[in-house]
Design a protein around this ligand. Structure first.
Ligand SMILES: Nc1nc2c(ncn2[C@@H]2O[C@H](COP(=O)(O)OP(=O)(O)O)[C@@H](O)[C@H]2O)c(=O)[nH]1
Ligand SMILES: [Mg+2]
Length: 362
């Protein structure tokens, strides 16, 4: 499994439209808030030219791309953290995703109701951020309370955790997101089971009308930059129409070219996602498949192997690594071995983007 992205935003900003464009999975699109009662989940293959090149060397094998999971989470509204508009249910869904894709309405259309009447990216973004923050504050306050009573009865083990969460509580109360707080290595485990919403990496999507980029989308880009992240501009409705009007990727590409869309929304989002989430792709060519895998940067070889088989981590002995572009150039592992370009590494090896890895297990 690749990583999962939850689409969040106010009602009627175009989340389901974008979900459609991304997954062509046929989520219901309607001019009606709360159409998306059940979360829609779509798994999409990650477009990857490097995998295509590698596959050309082994045409008899099956090409298996890595995947991205999108979850179309229904509209959050003001007061969601207090249960408004099915709020709690949606906030719980956000807890389970790896990253938040915050969709912002950047198109004018009098026929599509905006919950607050006007188009205003800054206000809209702040409404959503406030709800996520208030939910975290509530969760953290509960934790502080229970830790405080443990400290009171002399539980020494609880003290460091109490101090940490009290610091987090104060920061949240001042409007700071957890991802902006300095967290020391020994404090990381405290957050593990809490899974706070404002710790998750965020990417913005400016959903623009058929004409493309506009003053609103530029504002979203500015606001994203202020937050240390990026905004991807997607013509959601137009792109979902492209999906419906064409049957093959070939046709879609031609169609997009005609419309002047240089990069599909999915390609743009995947690129941004990998960057913001610090993800890397490695490849395996063993057995009947040429396959791409996604892991966070800094993952050690045994843990990368565990993606393939859960017991690879324990059985790991060594791995043999080639670079994808060298393999494409020299055409075989045997040739790379002759050249001395096939490297053996142990369990401390950090997987690099573009590695072709053969795992040697006991
Ligand atoms: N005019 C216009 N309408 C759009 C655009 N994107 C989405 N819509 C419409 O906005 C309405 C709400 O979209 P939807 O994707 O259901 O929003 P959600 O509530 O955020 O999931 C639908 O009627 C869409 O067709 C756009 O770029 N331009
Ligand atoms: Mg929807």
């Amino acid at each position: 499994m690749g990583f999962s992205c939850g689409l969040v935003g106010l009602p009627n900003v175009g989340k389901s439209t974008i979900f459609n464009a991304l997954t062509a999975a046929g989520a219901r699109v309607d001019n009606y808030p709360f159409t998306t009662i059940e979360p829609n989940v779509g798994v999409v293959p990650v477009p990857d030219p490097r995998l295509d090149e590698l596959h050309k060397l082994f045409p008899e094998k099956k090409k298996v791309p890595t995947t991205l999971q999108f979850i179309d989470i229904a509209g959050l509204v003001k007061g969601a953290s207090e249960g408004q508009g099915l709020g709690n249910q949606f906030l719980a869904e956000i807890r389970n995703v790896d990253a938040v894709v915050h969709v912002v309405r950047c198109f004018e259309d009098p026929d599509v109701v905006h919950v607050d009447g006007t188009i205003d990216p800054k206000r809209d973004i702040e409404v959503i951020e406030t709800e996520l923050l208030l939910k975290d504050l509530e969760t953290v306050e509960k934790r502080v309370k229970s830790l405080a009573s443990r400290v009171k009865v002399g539980d020494k083990a609880a003290k460091a955790e109490y101090e940490f969460f009290e610091r987090v509580r104060q920061a949240l109360a001042q409007g700071q997101h957890i991802r902006e707080i300095t967290i020391h290595e020994h404090e990381r485990p405290f957050l593990k089971d809490l899974n706070p919403l404002t710790l998750k990496p965020v990417l913005f999507v400016a959903n623009v009308g058929d004409e493309g980029e506009n003053e609103y989308s530029r504002e979203v880009q500015r606001l994203a930059a202020e937050r240390g992240t990026i905004a991807v501009i997607i013509r959601g409705r137009l792109e979902s129409e492209v999906y419906e009007a064409a049957d093959t990727d070939e046709e879609r590409r031609a169609f997009r070219k005609e419309l002047g869309i240089e990069e599909s929304g999915l390609d743009a989002l995947v690129r941004a996602g990998y960057e913001i989430l610090h993800l890397v792709t490695f490849y395996t060519i063993d057995g009947p498949e040429v396959r791409a895998w996604t892991v966070p940067k800094g993952t050690h070889a045994p843990q990368a192997g565990a993606k393939i088989h859960t017991d690879f981590a324990e059985r790991f002995v060594q791995c043999e690594v080639a670079r994808w572009d060298e393999l494409v150039r020299e055409k075989s592992l045997a040739r790379l071995r002759e050249l001395g370009h096939l490297h053996r590494h142990g369990e401390k090896y950090e997987v690099q983007d573009g590695d072709v890895i053969h795992f040697i297990v006991a």
